[in-house]
Design a protein around this ligand. Structure first.
Ligand SMILES: C[S@@+](CC[C@H](N)C(=O)[O-])C[C@H]1O[C@@H](n2cnc3c(N)ncnc32)[C@H](O)[C@@H]1O
Length: 274
């Protein structure tokens, strides 16, 4: 499934901005900021390199649907929150398949003074440009925020796992996964084959879609453990204003401190504010 985003111009800089549901700014970006805020303060010992890696970076600014309100997208929000801390990001890698989006994102980050390096391309290819630029002694945060699960090839997580201090925040498209499982079991190929190779061997036709989805996610978690990392038990359900879960945000790491900070970042509920 490919999703074409709606794009408008942000009057502040006349560059493209992606139109998004309010949950993107009120939930997703808040969790990312809260995690960066907590983990950067707690992990000051990493001074050799502190990177932000975003392989699905988008335009850098977003407009909330049905409003005239513009906000920072994921990478700009991450840069601004880290800048308020001691030891901000030393290297800021952004990539996107869409040249126009990436160019806007790069221009906006450059204007804010971020040490940005960018590359146009598919995430499963741009990862090979980024990996040689990472130091094993550094602290790395990768955001994997695709429109759908099929774009998030497992090989990306496997490659990132080569760094000892790597935290990966993943947008887990549970709706997309659930929709594709039944069709994928009967087809020769499925977008889910990229996301969790070998899933057909373990996910059998079961009583309910939710049971199949849970078996699929268990398989993906097992694969993450096989590359020496862990999916934190705490996953944040990003919900729209009607309370429907749009997707989950989860953390992949290998340190108990990272998981503790993630759990704290997820103790956050904007729904009471509506
Ligand atoms: C959900 S948006 C990213 C939003 C951004 N992370 C934020 O928080 O503001 C997903 C982005 O992935 C890009 N994209 C789609 N398929 C891709 C692929 N295979 N590799 C890299 N980028 C892709 C789209 O152009 C889009 O900008």
């Amino acid at each position: 499934m490919s999703v074409d985003a709606e794009i408008v111009r942000d009057p502040i800089d006349d560059l493209p901005a992606m139109v998004v549901g309010r949950w993107v700014t009120e939930e997703k970006h808040q969790i990312i900021k809260r995690y960066i805020d907590a983990s950067w303060a707690a992990r000051q010992k990493f001074t050799s390199q502190r990177t932000y890696i975003d392989l699905f970076a988008g335009t850098g600014r977003v407009k909330v649907k049905h409003t005239q309100r513009f906000f920072d997208g994921g990478p700009l929000a991450a840069w601004r929150i880290a800048q308020q801390k001691r030891g901000t990001f030393s290297d800021f890698f952004v990539a996107d398949f869409n040249r126009e989006y990436l160019s806007a994102c790069d221009a906006r980050l450059t204007k804010l003074g971020a040490p940005v390096r960018s590359i146009v391309g598919r995430a499963d290819e741009t990862i090979d440009w980024i990996m040689p630029q990472l130091l094993r002694s550094g602290l790395h945060l990768a955001l994997l925020d695709p429109f759908n699960a099929g774009h998030l090839h497992f090989a990306i997580i496997e490659k990132l796992s080569a760094m000892p201090a790597m935290d990966i925040v993943v947008h887990l498209s549970t709706g997309d996964i659930q929709r594709n499982i039944a069709a994928g079991l009967d087809a020769e190929q499925s977008p889910l084959d990229n996301f969790a190779p070998g899933w057909r061997r373990v996910v059998k036709k079961q009583s309910s879609k939710v049971a199949m989805r849970n078996a699929f996610i268990r398989h993906w978690r097992d694969m993450v453990e096989q590359v020496g990392m862990r999916v934190c038990e705490t996953m944040y359900p990003v919900r729209n204003s009607k309370g429907s879960t749009m997707y989950w945000l989860c953390l992949i790491s290998r340190h108990s401190l990272a998981e503790k900070l993630w759990r704290e970042a997820c103790q956050f509920d904007t729904r009471n504010l509506f």
